[in-house]
Design a protein around this ligand. Sequence first.
Ligand code: SF4
Length: 282
Amino acid sequence: MRCFLCPVRCGADRTKRAGACGVKGISVAKAYLHPFEEPFLSPNMRSGTVFFAGCSLRCVFCQNFEVSRAEKGKSMTPRDLASLFRRLEEEGAENIDLVTADHIIPEVAEALEIFRPHVPVILNSGGYVTEEALSLIDPFIDIYLPDFKFFDPLLAQKFTGRKDYPDIAAAAIGFMAKKPSVAENGQLKRGLAMRHLILPAHTEDSKRVLDTLKGLIPPETPLSLMRQYTPMGDIEGFPELARRVTDREYERVVNYAISLGFSAIYTQEKDSADKKFIPVWD
Ligand code: SF4
């Protein structure tokens, strides 16, 4: 059966070969209690994070390059994945954090049908996901955690090969914003939280991303402005990506978010832009 799940719509027969996303089905690169998710998701630094291999959005600067290109990863059935969720929960996970599952949504939904965690389930998405795919997994998801990466279609084309990224991501975030928000003792239990990774030399695009978000999400939505960009991946042809974000660039974007009225902005320290915070894919 040919796959048209994600916006790439490559039509691969995944029973025989990997699609443009790089995988035939579930492939897990790492699963552990990850200490570095935002405090409103994991106040005790125990996010039950599952990093899936493959990705239908191929950012040249991907901070998890080996994983998104499916160079690492172990194939699993939905039943295996359900057991993994159970194990993470037994180990004390505060949530089950599904990192980049956009290209394997039906299989992950099947795993969640087999084992429904008792802690919040987070869909940690690149934003390049259709509303149809989201509808399949929505009943199992407590928290949506999408990234909104680019405003300018030409920038999206340049860095991912996908000019339609801004439109697809805006529609996906509009869908996700319908999830009612519930927080207890500072921990988000249900709803939407946003992320945006600031790139060097592209603060104007970041500001347009924030303008777009202002029209899509309530101002009190947790908004994580990430400065962890570290030069890596396939960036040889992109000299502007060869450095980290400066203090001035970061402050410009944070101040702009404040001026737009976002009231739950989460910032990152300068030293977050370091390879030591990138998991070892062992
Ligand atoms: S999910 Fe993968 S196989 Fe399916 S359409 Fe997208 S890129 Fe192709």
